[in-house]
Design a binder for this molecule. Structure first.
Ligand code: SF4
Length: 338
């Protein structure tokens, strides 16, 4: 067996809250400590094999984008390690970590915001390879044209500016820019979420073609269950910063195990499109500043028992490549006898 390309090992990320003078005063008067932190990602471990596409799914604020940024080296983890081919991806100071690797490339939700409006798309695509000496100067122009053609655009578009393209075309340019760096891993963060449904399908089909032709490895972050099913081999479900279920996509869609995954799958088809979207899970998402004790899902879980309120469930094997973090799968939800 070959080693996984990407290994995320017990990674956590906390963002300290800014403490103002008023906060300090209020804390002193109330006898509490000032400050605190947003627990964006907590103790996440997963791996991605070469040629594999792993989906990260969850509601807004579940930590999936933060995890993507940690894997991309944009954020350094507070705890844990991320390795690519056995070498650390993210380390050092927060504002420098993104310079440590070119082997992971991120594709963002909003292609317009991620492209320099004053730079011709050819320059945008070739900037990275030029800076890092990946392509000889004499070949840069030809390589840029090839990349544009690879993502379904004409080579002559290299001389145009981003505003001359549609949203779908701009996302194709963003993909070409990422591929130009010859990455080992792509991180797609809601990469088709801002596009119309028909354009989404075209960009997803392009991704599938590129995956087949280039053997791409990717983390595919999305809140859209239909999109994830279409492109992913395995899927991790995140809730309040933790992975609560990880399984092969077919298995997960056929038989969700974790109560939160089941709640997500209690979704409704959108009229006319055949797509499925989240039906809001009952109850409020708890604050990531002060996550509930025990299982973070217990305030919303219909199966919660006394044990769930005090003991954090660990991600444990639950058959054929599946892991689930729920006391229903590890001894029951009743309090353990002392
Ligand atoms: Fe529900 Fe308890 Fe399982 Fe958490 S551990 S999902 S509260 S049954």
């Amino acid at each position: 067996m070959t080693a996984p390309l990407l290994v995320v090992d017990h990674v956590s990320k906390r963002f300290p809250l800014k403490v103002t003078f008023a906060d300090k005063l209020t804390a002193r008067l109330s006898g509490r400590r000032a400050g605190g932190a947003v627990h964006a990602v907590t103790d996440v471990s997963l791996s991605v094999d070469r040629g594999e596409v792993v989906g990260i799914v969850g509601e807004s604020g579940c930590g999936k984008s933060t995890l993507g940024r940690i894997v991309s080296g944009i954020y350094a983890p507070t705890e844990g390690t991320v390795t690519l081919d056995g070498k650390p991806v993210a380390k050092g100071r927060e504002d420098h970590v993104n310079k440590l690797t070119t082997r992971v490339q991120m594709i963002h939700q909003d292609p317009f915001a991620s492209l320099n409006p004053r730079m011709k798309v050819g320059e945008t695509i070739s900037e990275g390879p030029r800076t890092h000496g990946l392509v000889p100067s004499s070949e840069v122009r030809e390589r840029t044209r090839e990349l544009l053609q690879q993502v379904g655009l004409e080579g002559a578009y290299a001389d145009r500016l981003p505003h001359q393209f549609s949203g779908g075309q701009r996302q194709r340019i963003a993909i070409a820019r990422a591929l130009a760096m010859q990455p080992d891993l792509l991180v797609l963060d809601e990469a088709v979420a801002s596009l119309d449904v028909s354009i989404q399908a075209q960009v997803l089909n392009l991704f599938l073609d590129l995956r087949r032709d280039l053997g791409l490895t990717a983390l595919f972050i999305s809140h859209d269950l239909s999109v994830v099913r279409h492109v992913c081999d395995r899927v991790a479900i995140m809730y309040l910063g933790r992975v609560v279920e990880l399984a092969p996509a077919d298995e997960l869609y056929a038989r969700p195990e974790h109560p939160y995954t089941k709640a997500l799958f209690a979704s409704v088809p959108t009229l006319g499109t055949g797509r499925r979207v989240f039906e809001p899970v009952k109850g409020e998402i708890p604050s990531p500043i002060d996550p509930p004790p025990g299982c973070a899902f217990h305030p919303r879980c219909p199966f919660a028992g006394p044990r769930c309120r005090v003991e954090i469930p660990r991600l444990t094997a639950a058959g054929e490549g599946r892991s689930v973090a729920c006391h229903l799968n590890d001894g029951g939800v009743e309090a353990k006898a002392a």
